[in-house]
Design a protein around this ligand. Structure first.
Ligand code: NAD
Length: 367
C-alpha cells in the first residue's frame, strides 16, 4: 500500500524555522516507527507571492486537494502589508480552507503541568486542563449575505448576516460528537438561543444529531456564560462545539488559559475523502512572528503538536501521537524552554533547533 501523503507548506517568517523541526520529527517516525510518509513541500503566503505573484499557486492548491493532509507553518510579514488585499499572504491560507471545504476547526487547550504557572489563571484551575473547542469555520456571520456598508437616510449602516443551514450545523456537530467519542464522551454546545434564531436552529440540530451518539453526554450553554465558565472552571468541559463567531472568540480565550502562543496547535477538517480520511490541514495557531523571525528563537512545539494532531486525526495513530505529546511533556518537565517560555525565575533559553534536539532525544528514550 502507498505511504500516506503529506504536503508541507512552511510559509513565511518563523513558519519556515518551526517546520524544519517538524520535518525532523516526521523523519524520526519514518526511521524509528516504520511510519513513512510521502512528503512534498511547496510555497504559500509571502513566499509564494515572491516566487509566483500569488499567495497560493494553482498547482499548490491542486496538490493540497490530492494529499492525505496538509501541514502549514505560518504566513505574513511586514514586507507584504501594503499588497493589494487580493494577493495578501493570508489569502493563500483562506483559499486553502475554502477550496478544501474545511468546516470544522479543532483547537485544543491543553495545559502541560510544567507550564501551569504561565497561565493568567491560578495554577490549580488550569493544571491538567485538556479541552477541545470545535469551531464551525466556513459559514456564519463571517460569510453570510447581505453584508457591507450601505447608505441609509443620511448615515451609513454596517451589515453582516448570521446565517446557518441545517446541514452546515449538522456536519459541524457530527464532527464534534465523533471527537467526543474518542475522548471523554462529553460535549457542550454553545450558542445564543435566547436572543438569536440561528442559535435556536443550532440547538435543535445539535439535539437531532445527538440521537446518533447516545453514549455522548450533551449539554447546552449560552456562549456568554460559556466564556465565563471557561475562565471560572475550564476543567468542567471536554469538547465544546460552537459557531464561527463565538468559536473565534472562545477558542482564543481558552487558548490563553495555557500560556504561550508557541504551544498551540490546531486542525481544520473537512468531509471524508475516498480513502475515508477527512480532508485536513494542520497548523500552529501563531503567525509568522516577524519580531523574532530568523533568530532561532521560535518555539517549534505548536507546529510539532499540530503534526501530533495529524497522526491522531488523519492517520489513526493515536498511540504515536501520544508518544510525541509525552516526549514534549517530558522535555518541558526537564526544564527545556525556548525564550517565550521563560518565566520569572530566569535561566537560559534554548534555540528552535535545540528544542528539536531534546524532543528527538526524548522520542529515542521512549523506545
Ligand atoms: P504572531 O502570532 O506572529 O506573533 C505574536 C507574538 O507572539 C509575537 O511577539 C511573537 O514573537 C510571539 N510568537 C508567536 N509564535 C511564537 C512561537 N512559535 N515562538 C515564540 N514566540 C512566538 O502574531 P502577529 O505578530 O499579530 O502577526 C505577525 C504576522 O503573522 C502578520 O503578518 C499576521 O498577519 C500573520 N499571522 C498569520 C497567521 C497564520 O499564518 N495562521 C496567524 C496570525 C497572524
Amino acid at each position: 500500500m502507498a505511504n500516506p501523503s503529506l504536503l508541507i507548506l512552511p510559509g513565511d517568517g518563523i513558519g519556515q524555522e518551526v517546520m524544519e523541526q517538524v520535518k525532523r520529527v516526521i523523519s524520526w517516525f519514518g526511521d524509528k516507527r516504520g511510519l513513512a510518509f510521502d512528503v512534498s513541500e511547496d510555497l504559500v503566503g509571502g513566499a509564494a507571492y515572491d516566487a509566483h505573484g500569488t499567495p497560493l499557486h494553482d498547482d499548490t492548491m491542486a496538490k493540497a486537494l490530492e494529499v492525505d493532509a496538509v501541514l502549514l507553518g505560518a504566513v505574513g510579514g511586514p514586507k507584504y502589508d501594503d499588497l493589494d488585499f487580493s494577493v495578501k499572504p493570508e489569502r493563500g491560507l483562506l483559499r486553502l480552507r475554502k477550496e478544501m471545504d474545511l468546516f470544522s476547526n479543532l483547537r485544543p487547550a491543553q495545559c502541560f503541568d510544567a507550564l501551569a504557572d504561565f497561565s493568567s489563571l491560578k495554577k490549580d484551575i488550569v493544571a491538567g486542563l485538556d479541552i477541545m473547542i470545535v469551531r464551525e469555520l466556513t459559514s456564519g456571520v463571517y460569510f453570510g449575505e447581505p453584508r457591507g456598508i450601505f447608505e441609509e437616510g443620511n448615515e451609513r449602516v454596517g451589515i453582516n448576516t448570521q446565517r446557518y443551514t441545517e446541514s452546515e450545523i449538522a456536519r459541524a456537530a457530527r464532527s464534534a460528537f465523533e471527537l467526543a467519542m474518542r475522548r471523554n464522551k462529553k460535549l457542550c454546545s454553545m450558542e445564543k438561543a435566547n436572543v438569536m434564531e440561528s442559535g435556536i436552529l443550532w440547538r435543535d440540530v445539535v439535539n437531532e444529531i445527538a440521537a446518533e451518539y447516545p453514549e455522548v453526554e450533551l449539554s447546552h450553554m449560552y456562549a456568554d456564560n460559556g466564556a465565563m465558565q471557561l475562565v471560572r472552571a475550564p476543567k468542567q468541559f471536554d469538547v465544546i462545539v460552537t459557531d464561527n463567531l463565538f468559536g473565534d472568540i472562545l477558542s482564543d480565550c481558552a487558548a490563553m488559559l495555557t500560556g504561550s502562543l508557541g504551544m498551540l496547535p490546531s486542525a481544520s477538517l473537512g468531509a471524508p475523502m475516498a480513502n475515508g480520511r477527512p480532508k485536513a490541514m494542520y497548523e500552529p495557531v501563531h503567525g509568522s512572528a516577524p519580531d523574532i523571525a530568523g533568530q532561532g528563537k521560535a518555539n517549534p512545539i505548536a507546529c510539532i503538536l499540530s503534526f501530533a494532531m495529524a497522526l491522531r486525526y488523519s492517520f489513526d495513530k493515536g498511540d504515536e501521537a501520544a508518544r510525541l505529546e509525552a516526549a514534549i511533556e517530558k522535555v518541558l518537565a526537564d526544564g527545556a524552554r525556548t525564550a517565550d517560555l521563560m518565566g520569572e525565575e530566569g535561566g537560559t533559553p534554548i534555540s528552535t533547533s535545540e528544542m528539536g534536539d531534546v524532543i528527538l532525544a526524548a522520542l529515542d528514550a521512549s523506545l
